[in-house]
Design a protein around this ligand. Structure first.
Ligand SMILES: Cc1cc2nc3c(=O)[nH]c(=O)nc-3n(C[C@H](O)[C@H](O)[C@H](O)COP(=O)(O)OP(=O)(O)OC[C@H]3O[C@@H](n4cnc5c(N)ncnc54)[C@H](O)[C@@H]3O)c2cc1C
Ligand SMILES: NC(=O)c1ccc[n+]([C@@H]2O[C@H](COP(=O)([O-])OP(=O)(O)OC[C@H]3O[C@@H](n4cnc5c(N)ncnc54)[C@H](O)[C@@H]3O)[C@@H](O)[C@H]2O)c1
Length: 488
């Protein structure tokens, strides 16, 4: 099998599968981030690859109903409401006063359309065959593909298979979803009007991201979660800052409350809580977790099964219990991010074809696209305290940065957690403009085992938000010095 000589160059199209018993060296099911990267990685190694996907889902949940539409919607909300500019131009500043769902979706549809083209072109120029339809196992090496009209079934054989079928919203059986007033995160993308009021059930990342978008649009949002607080994985100070912001946008929180049911009619909805409370709203959005999409796969024909949440278990090489079948992305569960799914797909392909591969770096970022956004990597203060790791905190407030004033962000902050003895960076927690981009500076330093002194001794562009690292580093080192002097 020929391999491409120059890294990144399009591989020579393979004439056939390496093993003549099979049509393909690799068949991937699902074109989300995990499936795309598995297919392209294998093709770049010179293998004959096919990918199965339903006609309207090129790019997966990520491109069609998840990451890309939600982040584009957020961008449209930020722009049209003038949210990010109000500190500069005043509280009444708006780009458009009567924002419609049409306005918001115009931008989303534009980006989704472009992404479809990019993904299709990438697959085709790497000679990956796109098989349109729903894939299911007929035996461990054979997949049936039922076309999108549900009429014609073809079949293909593969030496290796990567299952990258992703996830779908979990819908409790006790709730009647009518796709108009009682919705999940897919249904939100088909809303006809911006609701005046909305109940969000589930204060996970999806729930809080959408709660902040609708609140910015002027919707009165009530967030309900059975847990005692939201975004428990975040630094408490950061989560508290977000909560303060959301309350300012009229968001109400009902934590420690379980939803027992939702009633809906032409007037709207009433959400019933186990505590006896009833909350009226124009719409209810459920964001109470997701489950693996394995129903259509006929896993038993391959000798596989899924757990009660539709997830497939894999080893550290993303290999299932059937050694030539791999699974990646949301279908294997945590962390269920587009970011990680891509690398899982690439690594699964490398492991299948015995291509040397390194493990992923242990320091991984989390980006939460609320308004304002949150991002972090490394450990939290609570974890360090439990583990009795001596640390100091260095904080930079955007309002004290020239760039913070220029962009009109007075609430943002960056917090560094620094080991007081080794001076290593242990954690970075950011709240505010560009947090999801800025976090990568701290991540890179941490991954290289860098210390706070790197930031103290480095000149950064001015005026930038990156300067927050310098300010926080100086703050942490000043505090460490103060304690050291006291001990002398
Ligand atoms: C609202 C929302 C916002 C999100 N925001 C972010 C974010 O900001 N950052 C981030 O990193 N992650 C985010 N995520 C998570 C991210 O979208 C997922 O982790 C990611 O899409 C998972 O990728 P995947 O490769 O598992 O496949 P998916 O993107 O889930 O796609 C799976 C594909 O498989 C196809 N498929 C399923 N069964 C079959 C079959 N039998 N035959 C053929 N095809 C099949 C489906 O049609 C689908 O297209 C978000 C998710 C949601 C819902
Ligand atoms: N920016 C990002 O990276 C991003 C954005 C969106 C989604 N995602 C991914 O999507 C995944 C799923 O997100 P999610 O928010 O749907 O799920 P989740 O599991 O993170 O949160 C669901 C929440 O719903 C609550 N809940 C469940 N049933 C309830 C009930 N009956 N009454 C009240 N509360 C209830 C749970 O306590 C939980 O807090 C995330 O874990 C993440 O991996 C990532």
């Amino acid at each position: 099998m020929a391999t491409d000589g120059v890294p990144g160059e399009n591989p020579t199209p393979p004439e056939g599968a390496t093993d003549a018993r099979y049509d393909y060296d690799l068949v991937v099911v699902g074109t989300g981030p995990g499936g795309q990267k598995a297919a392209i990685a294998a093709a770049k190694l010179g293998h004959k690859v096919a990918i199965i996907e339903r006609r309207h889902m090129m790019g997966g949940v990520s491109t069609n109903t998840g990451t890309i539409p939600s982040k584009t919607l957020r961008e449209a909300v930020m722009y049209l409401t003038g949210m990010a500019q109000r500190e500069v131009y005043g509280a009444s500043y708006r780009v458009k006063s009567d924002i419609t769902m049409e306005d918001l979706f115009a931008r989303t549809q534009h980006v989704i359309g472009r992404e479809h083209e990019v993904i299709r072109a990438q697959l085709l120029r790497n000679h990956v065959d796109i098989l349109s339809g729903t894939g299911s196992f007929l035996d461990p090496h054979t997949l049936g593909v039922l076309d999108d009209d549900g009429i014609r079934r073809t079949q293909v054989t593969a030496r290796f298979v990567v299952v990258a079928t992703g996830s779908k919203p979990h819908r409790p059986t006790t709730v009647q979803f009518d796709e108009r007033t009682v919705l999940d995160s897919d249904g939100v993308l088909a809303l006809e009007r911006v609701p005046n009021s909305m109940v969000v059930v589930g204060a996970g990342i999806i729930g809080i991201e959408y709660a902040s978008m609708f609140a910015a649009l002027g919707t009165r949002v009530t967030v309900i979660d059975k847990r005692p607080s939201m975004l428990e994985m975040c630094d408490p100070e950061v989560a508290e800052s977000l909560k303060f912001h959301l309350r300012d946008l009229s968001v109400s929180f009902r934590f420690g409350e379980e939803v027992s049911g939702v009633d809906s009619n032409t007037h709207g909805t009433v959400t019933r809580l186990a505590s006896g409370k009833r909350i009226a709203a124009d719409a209810v959005m459920y964001s109470a977790g997701r489950q693996g999409q394995t129903d259509a796969l006929n896993l038993s024909a391959a000798g596989l099964s899924a757990d009660s949440r539709g997830r497939i278990s894999v080893d550290e090489q993303y290999r299932t219990d059937v050694p030539h079948i791999f699974a990646v992305g949301d279908v294997i569960g945590f962390p269920a991010l587009a970011a990680t799914s891509m690398d899982q797909g690439r690594l699964a392909a490398y492991h299948a074809f015995d291509e040397p591969a390194r493990e992923l770096q242990s320091v991984q970022p989390i980006g939460i696209y609320t308004i304002p956004e949150i991002s972090y990597c490394g450990r939290t203060e609570a974890e360090l305290t439990t583990e009795a790791v001596p640390y100091e905190v260095g904080v930079a407030r955007y309002r004290e940065l020239a760039r913070g004033q220029i962009v009109g962000d007075s609430y943002g902050m960056l917090k560094l957690l620094v080991h007081t003895e080794t001076r290593e960076l242990l954690g970075v927690h950011i709240f505010g403009t560009s947090a999801t981009d800025l976090v990568h500076i701290g991540q890179a330093i941490m991954a290289c085992g860098g210390t706070v002194d790197y930031l103290v001794d480095t000149v950064l562009n001015y005026p930038t938000l990156s300067e927050a690292y310098k300010v926080a580093a100086l703050d942490a080192t000043n505090k460490i010095r103060q304690v050291a002097r006291f001990s002398l």
